[in-house]
Design a protein around this ligand. Structure first.
Ligand SMILES: [Zn+2]
Length: 406
């Protein structure tokens, strides 16, 4: 009987467009903070029933199943595929490395997210040690403590990693971990949505065997790219449910306490705004790491243009808040786009080597944005009945297929 790891590799091998993509070898980042982060992400997926089972226990024979694992490629990407009636989510180890590194670097600056902790403790000129760097002795217990904290999602203890890896201020360090965890959760649930929502099977059925990849690419076949944008929109809408629910749970848990997370979340409004920032950052990093994506014509992209995706995110947040009976928090979103602009666009030059995209935001907020969003909606409604045949409803997709995408 094949192990989960063998099944995973077999699924990757079935897709020629993945060009011989390989599972990340075990232990690759042992001894570094990134190794602990990767383990905790995998464990998070496993506890939801999506990760590899222990090597000791027999693999589950219940199908369909969704398997999650890392693949060995530095470039930022994640993808979803189905094979032999099972779903597979692959994430390059580069995605967590970039996301965590990004939030550490962001919070280590005194001029970004100034309302969190004590920004005066930070220093503009400081260069952080990257999280994949092995920890020097004398303190291997740091990794054990970090694992305990990350795996229990308890953020009330002390500093997780030595100061040269992270912001100096403890509250800002906690904020960086928390935002990174939320961002990774969003990537994972976005991929789950591609599988449960029937996107992968539909795509394979309609266009042959091709993985749904998160690297933004282009094609002149605009009916096809608009269909992809519709699927991405659908996955975004479904994918934010989990991070937003977790954010409100965290707020309920920590806001009565005096620990560092109180200083991060501050109140429910701030917590929701920060969750929005975490999701927006995923868009920004994926866009930035896809060579030339920012200059592609809007209709020739596999993913909606970032400024429009950012605006659509507000509507998805409102929809989830409504489902949770928390529409009273809608007002939190008033400042969400501004915070994303101030953090991810204002810092764009410094962090991503690219000036902020004010022109793109104006386009997205004007008639062109409205027209493009309508076109995505039309693409989705043109395939809605077809796609329903591929939905993995028995695994409990939370999305109501009757709800139109707007
Ligand atoms: Zn996607």
């Amino acid at each position: 009987m094949p192990t989960d790891a063998e099944r995973f590799q077999e699924a990757l091998d079935a897709y020629p467009d993945l060009h011989g993509c390989k599972r990340m070898p075990e232990g690759r980042f042992d001894g570094s903070p990134l190794g602990v982060v990767l383990r905790s992400i995998r464990r998070n997926a496993t506890t939801r029933g999506f990760g590899p089972s222990d090597h000791e226990s027999p693999p589950s024979e219940v199908t369909p199943r969704i398997y999650f694992d890392f693949v060995d490629d530095e470039s930022v990407n994640a993808f979803a595929i189905t094979h032999n009636n099972n779903g597979f989510i692959a994430m390059n180890w580069g995605a967590p490395a970039r996301v965590y590194g990004h939030f550490m670097a962001t919070l280590a600056r005194p001029d970004v997210l100034e309302f969190i902790g004590n920004p005066a403790a930070e220093d503009c000129g400081r260069k952080l040690t990257t999280l994949d760097t092995r920890l020097e002795s004398p303190d291997p217990s740091v990794l054990h403590r970090m694992w305990d904290i990350l795996s229990s999602k308890c953020f009330t203890l002390a500093r997780l990693v030595p100061e040269d890896y992270a912001p100096r201020d403890l509250v800002r360090e906690q904020a960086a971990w928390w935002l990174s965890n939320l961002a990774l959760d969003f990537i994972l649930t976005h991929e789950i949505a591609h599988i449960l929502g029937g996107h992968c099977d539909f795509w394979a059925d309609k266009f042959g065997l091709a993985a749904i990849q998160e690297a933004v690419s282009s094609s002149a076949d605009t009916p096809k790219t608009m269909l992809r944008q519709a699927l991405e929109t659908d996955a975004d809408a479904s994918g934010i449910g989990n991070p937003l629910t977790r954010t409100l749970e965290c707020a309920a848990r920590y806001l009565g306490e005096s620990g560092p997370m109180r200083g991060v979340l501050q109140d429910e409004k701030t917590a929701v705004t920060l969750c929005f920032l975490a999701c927006d950052t995923v868009f920004k990093i994926f866009e930035r790491e896809s060579e030339g994506a920012e200059d592609l014509p809007w209709r020739e992209r596999t993913h909606p243009p970032l400024p429009l995706r950012r605006i659509q995110l507000v509507a998805y947040f409102q929809a989830v808040l409504k489902t949770l009976g928390r529409s009273d928090l809608d007002y939190s979103l008033d400042g969400a786009i501004d915070l994303a602009l101030a953090t991810n666009e204002a810092a764009s030059d410094r962090l991503f080597g690219r000036p902020r995209d004010d022109a793109g935001m104006s386009r997205a907020l004007g008639d062109e944005g409205t027209e493009h969003a309508k076109e995505i909606g039309l693409a989705m409604s043109s395939i809605q009945s077809e796609i329903r045949n591929f939905v993995w409803a028995h695994l409990g997709s939370t999305r109501d297929p009757e709800t139109p995408i707007s």
